[in-house]
Design a protein. Sequence first.
Length: 232
Amino acid sequence: MNPVLPLDWKEVMIRVGFAMVAGLILGLERESHGRAAGLKTTILACVASCLAMILSEDFYRESFNQAAGMMRPDRARLAAGILTGIGFLGAGAIIRQGNLVRGVTTAAVLWFITILGLAFGSGHISLGVMGTCIAIFALFALPHMEQHVKKDFYATVTVTLGLDGIRDDEIRKRLEDLGVRVQRVYFDYDMTAASRTLLLDVKLRRNDVFNLSRQVAESLTAFPGVTRVKWD
């Protein structure tokens, strides 16, 4: 059986070059939004996965030649390890701030850029270019389209008032009259301090968040017995 010839440097440079360009383009988008995983991270992740795939293919060629065609190692094993490792890097980019979760798109970009690196590293240039084009559309074009989509926003309203203040159902009715939908209500009665706290999970339209949050605070603080209103 004829030996499997190794890759020449021209082919290696082409694969690494495409991986670097893909990482550069997608990294610029993340960098422009001030994300932790920006230009440097995406380039390193994409080129590293590309190099890992080239190494995996080279290991396969060497093992195949040495075993005279009798041994066929799994070329996807190293790639699977790379995808597992990038999962930890992506998880580190996700941050939760109250009800807001940030970094999900950045984590997805890191995972996607790794797939592109593997595609370029394995020699599937057309597949990698197609994936890069789709990613460019998703990151650069879709945000402009999303501005025209009506989105829901979720928040938590905390109301602290005395035991002799307005009833709980009146607070809920006032919120719904303002256009805020109450999904869940949690109660905390403190008999020693003669106070009670209501936590209301609410839903509204994102474009109305600023005005409605102000209206809710002004409306609820006007009720007798209300000592504190918090919007999260």
